[in-house]
Design a protein around this ligand. Structure first.
Ligand code: SF4
Ligand code: SF4
Length: 227
């Protein structure tokens, strides 16, 4: 069966793609993610998938245009449910692409993430499959999440620190930003909200200008996946 797999980055792909193949699916990837911002982050994730392809030559259809405007057009970003619109935008495109290009079915790596709304994704996919007239392959590979991320780490594949949109980037780092620039530690609330605690001493030791007593740019936070 020819399966079109929507891929948002390589992290949730590494292990599940092997399972899908074991089941006999012939998998083609689709990189369509107008929700990833800002531009350089979008390019990083796109490149991560290309790096993945170097060791696993899965065919992938890339939509390489940066989709900030497209995302904003589709998503009610002032309401409370932007993720539902965002899921819909990407799944609708995937279902339509699968139908138009003769795939037997579609699915998405979003379903393999422990951080996404799994039930909502499943419901939307079933609805869109019905509307588009193409099958949806439902699999719950969330139990492979750790394994998948370990493989990504070993392959030196970039692992992002937030879900994708500029809002999720803010939500992820809002409690760290100010302190990062001060070079201090997080306040108590920040520690509670964030999985990343800034270690200013370590950062300064790694800073080239430390010996000269100048303040300088700090290293980027570790890219521990948070979506
Ligand atoms: S880590 Fe997030 S962006 Fe990457 S594949 Fe999984 S759900 Fe998509
Ligand atoms: S948090 Fe993730 S799923 Fe939700 S709108 Fe942003 S990119 Fe889309």
């Amino acid at each position: 069966m020819n399966l079109l797999l929507h891929i948002c980055c390589a992290c949730c792909l590494c292990a599940p793609v092997q399972e899908l193949r074991k089941e006999g699916f012939s998998v083609t990837g689709l990189f369509y993610n107008p929700n990833i911002h800002p531009l350089l982050e979008f390019r990083r994730r796109l490149k991560a998938l290309r790096v993945f392809q170097e060791s696993d030559p899965i065919p992938v259809v890339y939509y390489e245009e940066y989709g900030l405007r497209e995302y904003l057009k589709h998503v009610d970003y002032e309401g409370n449910d932007r993720c539902a619109d965002c899921y819909m935008m990407r799944l609708r495109f995937t279902a339509a692409y699968a139908k138009k290009n003769g795939f037997d079915a579609f699915t998405s790596t979003m379903l393999f993430s422990v951080y996404q709304n799994h039930e909502q994704l499943k419901g939307f996919s079933e609805k869109l499959a019905h509307e588009a007239g193409v099958a949806f392959v439902y699999r719950d590979y969330r139990y492979l999440s750790d394994c998948s991320h370990e493989i990504a780490k070993k392959k030196m594949i970039y692992r992002q620190g937030y879900c994708g949109c500029i809002f999720s980037e803010f939500e992820r780092y809002q409690d760290t930003t100010r302190e990062l620039y001060k070079g201090g530690n997080l306040n108590e609330q920040g520690k509670k909200n964030s999985r990343y605690v800034f270690d200013s001493k370590r950062a300064l030791q790694r800073c080239d200008c430390f010996d000269r007593g100048k303040g300088a740019s700090f290293p980027a936070p570790p890219s521990d996946t948070a979506c």
